[in-house]
Design a protein around this ligand. Structure first.
Ligand code: C2E
Ligand code: CA
Ligand code: CA
Length: 724
C-alpha cells in the first residue's frame, strides 16, 4: 500500500508540519485499508466501525495539533470540523456496508477503485508535501494549512468515493436487473451479423408469447413479417455503420397466437462497449396505440355513415394523383355524382330512409370502381370518383356509364320501390389546375347536368366557368335587389275558358337588373333558392300581391291572385306566420290568395307538409303547379284539400302536334275532375289549344293567347313593352 501511495518518495523529510502531514497521510491510508480488508475478507463480523472510530480520533488529534492558520483559531477549527464531518460520513458508509453482505464482485470493484483513486490521493498529498517543504524555512504555514485542508477533503472524499462507488454500482446493477426483467420492453442484443445473442426473456414471453430460447442464434429479420424485412435490414445496416443515435422505426411481428404485434424499435450500437459488444434493439409494444391511431385516422378520413373515404381523403388522393400527372405518368379525372330529388326522399320518407338510401348508393358505387380509383362521399347526397388512367376521358365515360347502371336497379325503402336518378359532372385535370379547380369544374358540370333536368351527364367545358361566375354575380346582385327596389311583380290573367272572362291573375316576379336589364325568374329564382334569399324575396312578393289586389279588384272584382311559393320558403319556420300577418295587414280574405306549389312539395310529410297544412288551415287556396312533371302521388290532392291543378305547359304545347299529348291532357282533366279539382291549363298560345281544352272540360287557362304577364299599372311615361 505504501508504494502505491508513493509515501517512500519524501519519507526522510523532517519538518514538524511535514511530519504531521505524514502522520495524517498514514492514517488515511489506514482508513482505506480498513475498508479494503473489510471488504476483501467478506466476514460479516468484521469490526469496521471500531477500527474506523479509532482512526477517526487519531486523525482529529493530528489535525488539532497543527498550528493555527493565519485566520486564527476559528479558521483552524473550521478545517478540523470539515475533516471531522467527512470522516463521519466515511464511517457511516462503512458501518452500513458492514451490515450488508459483500459479494466477490464488490471486492473486485473496491480493489479497482482503490487502485485508481489512490493515485489521486497520492497526487494530492504530494502537492501538499511539496508546499509544506517549500514554505518550511519562511515559517509561512498558510499554504500548508490550506494543503492540510485539501488532504482532509481528499481523504474523506476518497473514502466516500470507494465505498459509495461499490454500493451504488451494486444497487444500480440490482435495480437495473429488476427493471429490465419487469420492463414491458424487449431488449434484443444482436451480434454484428444481426443474430440474436441475448434477450430479456420475461418480456418476450409476455409480449410475443414466444419461447426466448428459440430466439437465440436466429437472424433478426427472420422473425419479422415479410413487409418489414428489407426496411429493418436497412435500419440495422445503418446502425452497424455508426454508433450515433438512430430514429425509431416500427416493425410488425406475429404473436404466438397469430395476432399482429406492432413494435417500435430503437437501435443502439454498443458493438464497441466491452460489457455488451452488440447491437441492442429496444422493442416497445405499440399495438394498442397503433389500433387507436388507425381508428382515428380512419375516422378522420372516412364518412361515418357510408364508410366511404370523405372529402379530406379524396382531396388528399387527388393532390397526389395530380402530382403524378405532372410527371406525365397518368391522366386524372373527377366524376361527381349528385342524387336527384334526394331532398324529397328525405322529406317524405324521413331521415332514416334517406340515410339508408345513401348507404345503398355508396355500396353500389364502391362496387363498380376499380381498386386504384377512389369513390368518396363528399357530403349530403354528393359522391365523387377519382380516376387515374392512361386515357382519363374514356375511363370517366366508362365509370359514368357504370354509375348510372348501378343506380338503374330500384332501391326498396320501407316497402317502397324508389327509382334513383343522379346528375353526373365530369372534369379532367389539366395542367395548371389545382385539386380545388378540378373538383370545382366537376361541380359546375354536375350543376349543368342538374340544370338539364337531372338524370344526365355533363362533361366540363371551360365556357361553363363563365356561367358559374354569372351565378355568383347574380347571387351578389340579388342580395341587394330588394332594398334597391329592382324587383317587380307582373301579373298574367287566368281566364275562364267558357267565356274568357278574367277569373284570376298569377303574380310573376321580375328583376330589373341595373346592368343586365330584365332578368327572367328561371335564371334567378334557383339562385335565390340556393342562397336562401327566396325567403325574404318571397315574403315581399306575397305582400306586394296582397297590396295590389285592391287595385286588381277595381278592374276585375273578386279576382284571385296566385303566388308561386318554393319549398325553401315552406321550410322557413316563420313563413306561415308572415302570410297570416300580411293577410291581416292588407285585409285580403285568405281565400283570394292561391299558393302555387310544385308536386314534390306535396309529397313531403315532414316540416314542409306541416307548413302546407297550416297554410291551408289559414284558408289560403292551394294549387299544384306544373302538374305532370314531378312526383305523382295523387293521394295528397285529397288529403290536403287542394283547390286546383295547373297542367304543365309542356303537355299543352303538344296538343295540336302530338295526339298522345292531347290524349294525356284529356285524361289529366278527367282525373282532376274525378278528384273534384278545378283544372287550369298553362301556356295556351293558340286558339286550337283553347278549343281543345274547352271541349275537354278544362275550366281555366292562362297563356299568351289571353294576355302576357304585365305590370299592374302602366307608368305615366311610355315604357318598353313588358316581356314574358
Ligand atoms: P310558372 O309558375 O310555371 O309560371 C308560368 C310561366 O310561364 C311564367 O314564366 C310565364 O311568363 C310563362 N308563360 C305564361 N304564358 C305562357 C305562354 O303562353 N307560353 C310560354 N312559353 N310561357 C308562358 P316566368 O314569368 O318566366 O316564370 C318562370 C317561373 O319562375 C315560374 O313558372 C315560377 O315557377 C317561377 N316564379 C316566378 N315568380 C316567382 C315567385 O315570385 N316566386 C317563386 N318561388 N317562383 C316564381
Ligand atoms: Ca305558377
Ligand atoms: Ca307552372
Amino acid at each position: 500500500m505504501l508504494t502505491i501511495l508513493g509515501l517512500s518518495r519524501e519519507a526522510h523529510r523532517r519538518v514538524d508540519e511535514r511530519s504531521a502531514v505524514q502522520r495524517l497521510r498514514a492514517d488515511l491510508v489506514s482508513v482505506q485499508s480498513v475498508g479494503w480488508h473489510g471488504l476483501a475478507e467478506g466476514a460479516s463480523d468484521f469490526t469496521i466501525s471500531s477500527e474506523a472510530k479509532t482512526l477517526d480520533a487519531r486523525i482529529r488529534r493530528e489535525a488539532q495539533a497543527l498550528p493555527d492558520p493565519p485566520g486564527g483559531k476559528a479558521e483552524g477549527e473550521r478545517t478540523v470540523r470539515l475533516i471531522d464531518e467527512l470522516l463521519r460520513g466515511v464511517r457511516a458508509e462503512m458501518a452500513d456496508l458492514g451490515k450488508t453482505g459483500r459479494t466477490a464482485k464488490a471486492r473486485q470493484d473496491l480493489t479497482t477503485t482503490l487502485l485508481g483513486s489512490s493515485d489521486l490521493l497520492a497526487a494530492a498529498l504530494d502537492t501538499a508535501e511539496h508546499h509544506a517543504s517549500a514554505q518550511a524555512s519562511s515559517a509561512n504555514t498558510r499554504l500548508l494549512r490550506g494543503s492540510l485542508a485539501a488532504i482532509g477533503i481528499a481523504a474523506g472524499m476518497l473514502g466516500l468515493l470507494v465505498i459509495v462507488a461499490v454500493r451504488v454500482r451494486r444497487r444500480t446493477e440490482e435495480r437495473f436487473r429488476a427493471l429490465v426483467e419487469q420492463s414491458s420492453e424487449i431488449l434484443l442484443v444482436l451480434d454484428a451479423d444481426c443474430r440474436v445473442t441475448d434477450v430479456t426473456e420475461a418480456a418476450v414471453r409476455r409480449t410475443l408469447g414466444w419461447d426466448p430460447a428459440a430466439l437465440r442464434g436466429r437472424a433478426v429479420d427472420e422473425l419479422l413479417e415479410e413487409d418489414d424485412r428489407a426496411r429493418t435490414r436497412a435500419a440495422l445496416q445503418r446502425l452497424r455503420q455508426d454508433a450515433g443515435p438512430r430514429p425509431a422505426f416500427e416493425i410488425a411481428v406475429r404473436h404466438a397466437d397469430g395476432g399482429l404485434v406492432h413494435l417500435e424499435a430503437i437501435g443502439n450500437n454498443l458493438l464497441d462497449t466491452p460489457t455488451v459488444g452488440g447491437l441492442v434493439l429496444t422493442l416497445r409494444d405499440v399495438t394498442e396505440r397503433r389500433v387507436v391511431e388507425d381508428e382515428l385516422r380512419h375516422q378522420a378520413f372516412h364518412d361515418a355513415l357510408t364508410g366511404l373515404p370523405n372529402r379530406a381523403l379524396f382531396d388528399d388522393r387527388l393532390t397526389q394523383a395530380l402530382r403524378r400527372t405532372h410527371r406525365g405518368e397518368t391522366q386524372v379525372a373527377v366524376v361527381l355524382v349528385d342524387l336527384d330529388d334526394f331532398k324529397a326522399v328525405n322529406d317524405s320518407l324521413g331521415h332514416a330512409a334517406g340515410d339508408a338510401l345513401l348507404v345503398e348508393c355508396a355500396r353500389r358505387f364502391a362496387a363498380i370502381v376499380r381498386g386504384v380509383d377512389t369513390a368518396a362521399r363528399l357530403g349530403g347526397d354528393e359522391f365523387a370518383v377519382l380516376l387515374e388512367a392512361e386515357d382519363a376521358d374514356a375511363a370517366a365515360a366508362d365509370v359514368a356509364d357504370r354509375l348510372r347502371e348501378a343506380l338503374s336497379e330500384p332501391v326498396v325503402l320501407e316497402g317502397r320501390s324508389l327509382h334513383i336518378e343522379a346528375s353526373i359532372g365530369v372534369a379532367r385535370a389539366r395542367p395548371g389546375l389545382s385539386p380545388l379547380d378540378v373538383v370545382r369544374n366537376a361541380d359546375i358540370a354536375m350543376y349543368a347536368a342538374k340544370g338539364l333536368g337531372g338524370d344526365d351527364l355533363v362533361v366540363f367545358r371551360p365556357e361553363m366557368l363563365n356561367a358559374a361566375r354569372e351565378r355568383l354575380d347574380l347571387r351578389e346582385g340579388l342580395r341587394h335587389a330588394l332594398e334597391r327596389g329592382e324587383l317587380e311583380v307582373h301579373y298574367q290573367p287566368v281566364v275562364r275558358l267558357e267565356d274568357r272572362a278574367v277569373f284570376g291573375v298569377e303574380a310573376l316576379l321580375r328583376w330589373n337588373h341595373p346592368i343586365h336589364g330584365s332578368i327572367a325568374p328561371a335564371r334567378f329564382i334557383p339562385v335565390a333558392e340556393e342562397s336562401g334569399l327566396i325567403v325574404s324575396i318571397g315574403a315581399w312578393v306575397v305582400d306586394r300581391a296582397c297590396r295590389d289586389l285592391a287595385a286588381l279588384d277595381r278592374i276585375t272584382p273578386g279576382v284571385r291572385v296566385g303566388v308561386n311559393i318554393s319549398a325553401v320558403q315552406l321550410r322557413d319556420p316563420g313563413f306561415v306566420a308572415s302570410v297570416r300577418d300580411t293577410l291581416a295587414a292588407t285585409g285580403v280574405p285568405a281565400g283570394r290568395l292561391v299558393a302555387e306549389l310544385t308536386e314534390s312539395v306535396f309529397a313531403d310529410d315532414g316540416e314542409v307538409g306541416e307548413a302546407l297544412a297550416d297554410l291551408r288551415a289559414l284558408g289560403v287556396a292551394l294549387s299544384v303547379d306544373d302538374f305532370g312533371t314531378g312526383y305523382s302521388s295523387l293521394d295528397y290532392l285529397r288529403r290536403l284539400d287542394v283547390d286546383s291543378v295547373k297542367i304543365d305547359r309542356s303537355f299543352v304545347a303538344g296538343i295540336g302536334e302530338e295526339p298522345r299529348d292531347a290524349a294525356l291532357v284529356r285524361s289529366i282533366i278527367q282525373l282532376g275532375h274525378a278528384l273534384g279539382l278545378t283544372m287550369v291549363a298553362e301556356g295556351v298560345e293558340d286558339v286550337g289549344q283553347e278549343h281543345f281544352l274547352r271541349d275537354a272540360g278544362c275550366e281555366l287557362a292562362q297563356g299568351w293567347l289571353f294576355g302576357r304577364p304585365a305590370p299592374l299599372l302602366p307608368e305615366p311615361a311610355p315604357e318598353p313593352a313588358a316581356v314574358a
